[in-house]
Ligand binder design. Structure first.
Ligand code: ZN
Length: 248
């Protein structure tokens, strides 16, 4: 292990309780593009606001067209060494839950139980009815959309949308509450693969630091909180964490 890896390993060893916070950077190594990053989808096409989704048939149709366009990429993606390292930290009992900005479900795919993944922006691997909450699988919706041009809707009359938090949609109250709790209980907060600029999510590492926890930032690019972190590491995530935690 190099100097930074040794430092991180010591900090994890010394910590009583670790909070892990992940962003797009951990999943780019699985082939999932960083939508917000340089060249990401959102720099090329404007995100569709939640109010437009509710109001306009064209907006709903375009939202779903974009989602189905991503399907092959999402389906091909598998957890990488970074996800496996995080899963090992959870399994060891040192990290009670993972807070994530990602919507790809790869933490769950890496073996972390659903109830230990706190999804701040929801999950795009399935859909729910906005009225009654019924769950729908993407593949079935896609078949109807592509063969009959039917925009996903529920038997109750409600619109069906991926279980993500769209722009203009309220942050999920329960997930935010749990993320805050994990942040306040941790004595070590590790932010992985996030540029830490999207609020309110990026407020968690700040809160951890103010609360006296040590803050580690692992990201290939500069982040908004590098200057207050105890350790900043700019190395490929999977390799770095895999070595530290000892997983392949
Ligand atoms: Zn419904």
């Amino acid at each position: 292990m190099d100097f930074e890896q040794t430092q991180l390993a010591r900090m994890i060893e010394a910590a009583e309780r670790v909070a892990i916070f992940t962003g797009a950077g951990i999943s780019t190594e699985s082939g999932i593009p960083d939508f917000r990053g340089p060249g990401g989808t959102w720099t090329r096409q404007r995100p569709i606001d939640f109010s437009d989704f509710l109001r306009s048939d064209a907006a709903r149709r375009e939202t779903w067209r974009r989602r189905f366009e991503m399907e092959e990429t999402l389906r091909r993606a598998a957890p990488n060494r970074g996800h496996r390292a995080v899963a090992e930290l959870v399994r060891s009992g040192k990290c009670p839950a993972v807070i994530t900005q990602n919507i790809d479900g790869l933490h769950q795919d890496s073996g972390i139980p659903d109830d230990k993944v706190i999804e701040l922006h929801g999950n795009t691997t399935y859909a729910t009815c906005l009225e009654c909450g019924s769950r729908y699988e993407i593949e079935a919706l896609r078949v109807d959309f592509e063969t009959d041009k039917i925009v996903p809707h529920c038997a109750c009359g409600g619109w069906v949308k991926t279980a993500t938090v769209s722009f203009g949609q309220a942050m999920p109250v329960e997930a935010m509450r749990r993320a805050e709790r994990e942040t306040l209980l941790a004595d070590l907060f590790i932010a992985i693969g996030s540029s830490l600029v999207v609020y309110p999510a990026a407020g968690f590492p700040e809160l951890a630091k103010r609360n006296g926890a040590a803050l580690v930032i692992l990201n290939m690019q500069e982040t908004g909180l590098d200057s207050v972190a105890d350790l900043v590491i700019r190395q490929p995530i999977g390799e770095m964490l895999g070595d530290v935690v000892g997983v392949e």
